[in-house]
Design a protein around this ligand. Structure first.
Ligand SMILES: [Zn+2]
Length: 483
């Protein structure tokens, strides 16, 4: 739908205080260097309430999303990232005008609203979400043989709910999904309950009470077997697709290792930070993703049998990525390099190679003219934002840091980083300052060499402690990527 705000009947001021001077529309993006239009300026979301009704046989979604936000500047309208056609919009309970252009939805606030006001924006829509609009990138809502999935980074939200689609604006969520009886609807957080409606449909209610990013918010509708229990006192829901075939046993064996893993991770990073846990295992995605509380694993993660390393990586992301989140996409090594480092630590715990051995081994694998050295770890470009530059080189940087300050100090740096930045956002500059503060060392040259500049450093990350002729660590074969 395309419309303009002019000419639409706009209700008078919607019960919020007006600014002293005329306000303007909110910016269309947050100025992320990689995705300038991602997210929207002028407000901060505190909560999303999604009420979805999906009919898989017809690929038909009817939904209302309610967004609670606070204005951070004077505004006359708010922008959301959204690709589906909108039916109606309300602000603080009153009908307002709206317009859609490409994947930007502009909702009038019904009059000028001052900075610091709380608004409740209610947006209703219905669509076949898998249908692509020629004006937009291909839909990320994926129909599957048994239902549908909305899983993917950096951006999947615009194909199922309007949002401030940027990692820097995290919020709590309630997600209610109505589907035909006999079909499961899996999402983030705690399973509050399922409500049979008596008309052949059931509503699945999920709640996330810790701040969650849009890219880690997911929905999977289909035939799943649910396993519910607790992991270290935290409510756990695992959902295994019924189409996993013989991969199901390998997936279960891998996820069973979480009982050991969570204690191991808590020693390194502090208490598990979220209010729920679990996993989604599906044959309908191709890469694992740290979906909030409930990471999603493709069946292919277990193609060679059990693999606890991919589980360790995605579980580590619940601290490093989901609790402490990069502020801009270029800082993604703070998620990926750190989760890879923890995974290498898990390798040491399993007796399959230490972080130092793995760091030196990967360093040796990539010749100086290899493309992974062409970008800076802390500015990998959108093309390489999920590549080895942020994963292996990011983890190498932490090994190099450990060599410089000592392993005990490195652990203190990581542990305090996670506790001080919990539930917030962080930048590379903040991590450098934090590492210098905790270690009492000047680390500018080290971060220049390993993180801020492109190019292969002249000596390996663990050059001081390891011989040059180290054998391949045993875990390398299990360290499948991409994660
Ligand atoms: Zn990752």
């Amino acid at each position: 739908m395309k419309a303009t705000l002019t000419g639409l009947v706009i209700a008078a001021l919607v019960g919020a205080a007006a600014p002293a001077h005329a306000a303007g529309p909110g910016p269309e993006g947050l100025g992320d260097p990689y995705y300038p239009k991602a997210g929207n300026g002028g407000y901060d979301v505190s909560h999303y309430d999604l009420r979805l009704d999906y009919e898989p046989s017809k690929d038909w979604l009817q939904a209302t999303t309610t967004i609670k936000l606070k204005t951070t500047q004077d505004l006359s309208s708010v922008n959301f990232d959204f690709a589906l056609p909108v039916r109606s919009a309300r602000v603080n309970g009153r009908d307002v005008g709206f317009a859609q252009h490409h994947a930007e939805l502009t909702v009038s606030t019904g009059g000028d609203v001052a900075k610091g006001q709380e608004l409740t924006v209610e947006i209703s829509y219905s669509a076949s979400p898998s249908q692509s609009n020629p004006d937009l990138p291909p839909s990320k809502w994926k129909r599957t043989p048994d239902g549908a999935q909305a899983i993917g980074a950096p951006s999947v939200a615009p194909w199922w709910y309007p949002s401030n689609d940027h990692p820097s604006d995290k919020a709590t969520y309630n997600i209610s999904v109505t589907v035909p009886d006999g079909i499961e609807a899996i999402s983030n957080g705690q399973l509050v309950g399922t409500t049979p409606r008596g008309d052949g449909k059931t509503t699945w209610n999920w709640a996330s009470t810790k701040p969650q990013t849009t890219y880690a918010t997911f929905l999977a509708i289909g035939q799943y077997q649910l396993h519910q229990s607790y992991l270290d006192g935290v409510p756990l829901v695992d959902a295994y697709s019924e189409a996993l075939g013989d991969r199901a046993a390998a997936a279960k064996a891998s996820l069973d290792e979480r009982h050991l893993m969570v204690g191991f991770l808590e020693k390194l990073l502090g208490k598990y930070p979220l209010d729920a846990t679990g996993a989604l295992v599906t044959p309908y995605t191709s890469t694992p993703l740290e979906t909030h509380t409930r990471p999603s694993f493709p069946a292919s993660s277990f193609r060679n049998g059990p693999n606890s390393f991919v589980v360790a990586h995605e579980l580590a992301h619940q601290w490093l990525g989901n609790s402490v989140t990069m502020k801009y996409w270029k800082d993604i090594w703070l998620n990926e390099g750190f989760a890879t480092y923890v995974q290498w630590f898990w390798s040491a715990y399993k007796g399959k190679g230490t972080p130092q051995q793995l760091a030196n081994w990967f360093y040796k694998q990539y010749p100086a003219d290899h493309e992974i050295w062409k970008v800076a770890v802390a500015d990998p470009t959108p093309q390489y934002q999920y590549g080895a530059a942020v994963h292996e080189r990011g983890a190498m940087a932490l090994v190099a840091l450990g060599e410089a300050v000592g392993d005990e100090t490195l652990r203190r740096i990581l542990n305090t980083w996670v506790s001080q930045k919990a539930y917030g956002n962080a930048t590379t500059e903040e991590f450098v300052a934090h590492a210098e503060k905790i270690s009492g060392r000047k680390l500018g040259d080290l971060f220049q060499t390993w993180v801020l500049k492109p190019g292969k450093p002249s000596s390996p990350p663990a050059g001081r402690t390891l011989k040059a002729d180290e054998q391949e660590p045993a875990s390398v074969k299990e360290l499948h990527r991409p994660y």
